[in-house]
Design a protein around this ligand. Structure first.
Ligand code: AMP
Ligand code: GLY
Length: 421
């Protein structure tokens, strides 16, 4: 089979790696990919938001199946677009992707189907928002109602901060957000929970905890994710049952009632409060870096799972895992998530110890004239599998020392809640 993967991050490199292990694969294209994917795929430089160009390339090259990594093309309807040309595409369609594209759509679904989530209100202008905030308890959470690439969420400690947030959002800081969502602050511990669905059957696809803040001790600015470990320390059978029964099933039922079939990965961002799950947000894709953390533990052929999802035969496949502990550390360019330099060479990649338990997934890298250059904020992902998280982290730190890239930094405390107790 000829496969195309859309995206250029660590998640897409991990997907490409897993797919490349399948016996059915003849060739993989990655659009646009990174230096890591260029080792196992042919990178094709098309903007993933230009659907027509992508479709022409796919038809011309007789691609059998497309896997969409990031949320933007999904929310903008790439699955609907490609399926019109009879191109098999893995991921939820435009309507199903509203779970991530519109926070208010998801919140209203929660309300209608009794899905546990923070209490909320929707406001259309600065004045009404401020009247509500003046009489509200703080901390309080304020969100722009559009895709804001992980930004657009404010945790406000007092009225002054919440006014500032509302003004920024309505003044266009995150593009065309027409509404704000004002939410009760939930105190608990976060967990990333994944399932795969073919519209009829749902199967578990692992749990993880990621570290979103840039500094050690989970402090500082929010990032795309500085590292993760899997499985989450919070998961247990009772909690798993509650998540499926109280959150996942009612969500899919809510979509079905609107004639929407959810096909693809579904990522629930949850707050766990005393072993009770609350939905914070949905993402219609795998997480990054959770994907790089989880996929190396997958034993079943990923391509078979994806094909059976597209063909609505997921019930016939058993998803098996290696049963190990996995940890992933992200190496970032100095200055990330703010300003950082680009086009800086990374040497020493050939010195790393990589094997069936130790993986390197590229993110913001590019290969030019045999040199690997850092071109993004999050640059490389180191994943290690072992019997405990501490050993995984130690293996990763040894590789990071060998790399010795002084233009970058990483958090040394990834997994601190399960290691440095
Ligand atoms: P989101 O983009 O909705 O995932 O929000 C980003 C981050 O803000 C989450 O990962 C949480 O850490 C935090 N957050 C969002 N909503 C809430 C809430 N209602 N209570 C507490 N923390 C929240
Ligand atoms: N790890 C957070 C995300 O993928 O959104």
């Amino acid at each position: 089979m000829k496969i195309a993967i859309l995206g250029s991050g660590g998640r897409e490199h991990a997907i490409a790696f897993s797919i490349s292990q399948s016996k059915k694969v003849k060739k993989i294209y990655c659009i646009p990919g990174n230096a890591g994917t260029s080792e196992i795929c042919e990178n094709v430089f098309i903007d993933i938001n230009k659907f027509e160009e992508i479709q022409k390339f796919l038809n011309k090259n007789n691609i059998d199946l497309v896997i969409v990594g990031p949320e933007n093309p999904l929310v903008n309807g790439i699955v609907d677009y490609l399926e019109k040309s009879n191109i098999k595409t893995f991921g939820p369609n435009r309507n199903a992707s509203r779970l991530e594209g519109s926070k208010i759509f998801t919140k209203n679904l929660c309300k209608k189907y009794n899905i546990p989530t923070a209490n909320f209100g929707v406001f259309e202008n600065i004045k009404d928002s401020k009247i509500f905030l003046e009489n509200s308890q703080h901390p309080i959470v304020i969100k722009a109602d559009n895709l804001a690439a992980g930004k657009g969420v404010y945790i406000c400690e007092n009225f002054k901060e919440s006014c500032f947030a509302v003004e920024e959002i309505f003044n266009g800081k995150f593009g065309d957000a027409k509404n704000v969502l004002i939410e009760e602050f939930l105190q608990g511990e976060e967990m990333s929970y994944f399932v795969i669905s073919d519209g009829k059957t749902i199967k578990n696809f692992g749990t993880a905890q990621d570290h979103k803040r840039v500094n050690e001790g989970d402090k500082g600015k929010n990032t795309g994710g500085m590292g993760a470990y899997s499985p989450s320390r919070l998961i247990n059978k009772e909690l798993d049952g509650k998540i499926i029964e109280k959150i996942i099933k009612p969500t899919l039922k809510g979509l079905q009632d609107q004639n929407i079939k959810y096909k693809g990965f579904l990522y629930a961002g949850l707050m766990i409060v005393n072993n009770e799950p609350y939905l914070i947000e949905y993402n219609v894709r795998m997480g990054d870096p959770e994907c790089q953390t989880i996929l190396p533990m997958l034993y079943t052929d990923l391509l078979e799972i994806i094909e059976s999802t597209i063909n609505e035969k997921l019930e016939n496949i058993e998803i098996e895992w290696l049963g190990k502990k996995s940890l992933c550390v992200v190496l970032c360019s100095n200055g990330y998530p703010d300003h950082y330099e680009k086009n800086i060479e990374i040497k020493n990649l050939n010195k790393l110890n990589l094997d069936k338990n130790n993986y390197l997934f590229h993110a913001g890298t590019e290969k030019i004239d045999e040199k690997i250059l850092a071109i993004g904020g999050r640059v490389l992902n180191f994943t290690s599998l072992s019997k405990d998280y501490g050993e995984s982290r130690k293996n990763i730190h040894e590789n990071l020392k060998k790399l010795n890239w002084n233009n970058g930094f990483y958090r040394k405390d990834i997994g601190h809640k399960v290691i440095d107790k």
